[in-house]
Structure formats: structure tokens, C-alpha cells
Ligand binder design. Structure first.
Ligand SMILES: Cc1cc2nc3c(=O)[nH]c(=O)nc-3n(C[C@H](O)[C@H](O)[C@H](O)COP(=O)(O)O)c2cc1C
Length: 191
């Protein structure tokens, strides 16, 4: 059975909520094991991730980049980079921030670069913004128009009430797309 790890940092719960929605979406695809990990859980044992076929990385956007805690975990994978232990795994990224733009793209680019350095294969977010088809903006999948990874925007409410339906739907579709991609993926020739 193929497996996905969703790895995230979340201080106030919003990024965690989106990670859970990604898990729900991925679970629509049968025959996959999907586990959630906080960055803190993996900090002293990032090698646990070697057991997974797909790795989805998530962080709140902090000052236009990944949070310090997630970066600490990324840096803790240095010894695994040396062995290229993640090479050929599928990867994707997501971020949550409070402003409509909020420099979320920089966070996704950090996650993308990290995945590329590890030799992973990046999966984006191939969803057409549904507001173009007349769906109300707050209800629309990929309303924020991000294809390189998943973006979600929060107001300051508690995590369960903070997100527009469109962002919840996007997270589930993003998870489902990643899971479908992983199911179809035959792997690359690794030397
Ligand atoms: C130190 C710090 C920096 C932040 N920087 C940004 C930012 O650059 N852009 C933005 O839109 N929101 C920013 N925010 C808001 C967070 O991205 C937002 O509250 C997010 O939901 C927090 O995720 P969490 O609930 O998973 O901890 C920042 C918050 C903190 C605490």
C-alpha cells in the first residue's frame, strides 16, 4: 500500500485544520495510508519520513516565508539530503496566511526548492478558479489562484470557523489530486 505523510507546523491551529482537510481529500482515493505529523513530532526523527511515498509540507506564512519551526525541521533533514533519501518521492506544499496575498508565494517557493534539493517530484494544484464559472468567490475552489501549491487565507477566528468554504474545498481537492497522482506514479529510475 502506498503512503502519504502530511507534515506541518501550526501554532494557532489554522494550518493544522487545512492539513486535516488535505487528509480528508486524499482519503477519497482507496488503498492509501495517510498520516499527519507536526514538525515538532519529527524534529528528532525526520528519518521516519523515509517510509512514505509522498510528502506534503505545510507551514503558516511568517514574514513572507516558512515558520522557524518548519524550517528547523527542513534543516534537520540535512543528513537525509546527503543520502538523497527522499529522491523520487512525490512532494507538494501548502501555506496559510491572514492576508489575501501576504507573500504566501515565497513560502511555497521555499518548500518547492527544498523538495527539489531532495530530488523529489513536485505536484502542484491543478484546479481552475471556480469563480470564473460563476461560483461565488468565497465558495470557489482555488479562489486565490495558486497552482504551484495550495494557498488558504484565514481571518482571525478559531480555525474551524476561519476559512471560507472555497479554501476548504480547495484543500480537499488538492489532497485528492496528490493521492491520485501518487496512485498512478510508477517511480523514477534512481541511480
Ligand atoms: C510571526 C508572524 C508572521 C506572520 N507573517 C505573515 C505574513 O507575512 N503574511 C500574512 O499574510 N500573514 C502573516 N502572519 C499570519 C499567519 O500566517 C496566520 O495567522 C496563520 O493562520 C497562522 O497559522 P497557524 O494558525 O497554523 O499558526 C504572520 C503571523 C505571525 C505570528
Amino acid at each position: 500500500m502506498k503512503s502519504i505523510a502530511i507534515i506541518y507546523h501550526s501554532r494557532q491551529g489554522h494550518t493544522q485544520f487545512i492539513a486535516q482537510q488535505i487528509q480528508l481529500g486524499a482519503a477519497q482515493v482507496e488503498q492509501l495510508k495517510i498520516d499527519l505529523f507536526t514538525a515538532e513530532q519529527l524534529m528528532s526523527q525526520p528519518e521516519l519520513l523515509c517510509h512514505y511515498d509522498g510528502l506534503i509540507w505545510g507551514s503558516p506564512t511568517y514574514l513572507g516565508g516558512v515558520s522557524g519551526t518548519l524550517k528547523q525541521l527542513m534543516d534537520a533533514t540535512g543528513p537525509l539530503w546527503k543520502k538523497q533519501a527522499f529522491k523520487g518521492k512525490l512532494a507538494a506544499g501548502f501555506t496559510v496566511s491572514s492576508l489575501p496575498a501576504g507573500d504566501k508565494q515565497s513560502t511555497l517557493i521555499s518548500l518547492f526548492t527544498f523538495a527539489m534539493q531532495h530530488g523529489m517530484i513536485w505536484v502542484g494544484n491543478p484546479i481552475l478558479p471556480e469563480q470564473h464559472q460563476g461560483v461565488p468567490y468565497t465558495q470557489a475552489a482555488n479562489r486565490l489562484g495558486s497552482w504551484s501549491g495550495l494557498m488558504a487565507q484565514v481571518e482571525h477566528a478559531s480555525a474551524a470557523n476561519a476559512f471560507d468554504f472555497g479554501d476548504i474545498k480547495t484543500a480537499q481537492l488538492f489532497g485528492q489530486n496528490f493521492a491520485l497522482s501518487l496512485s498512478a506514479y510508477q517511480g523514477v529510475m534512481i541511480t
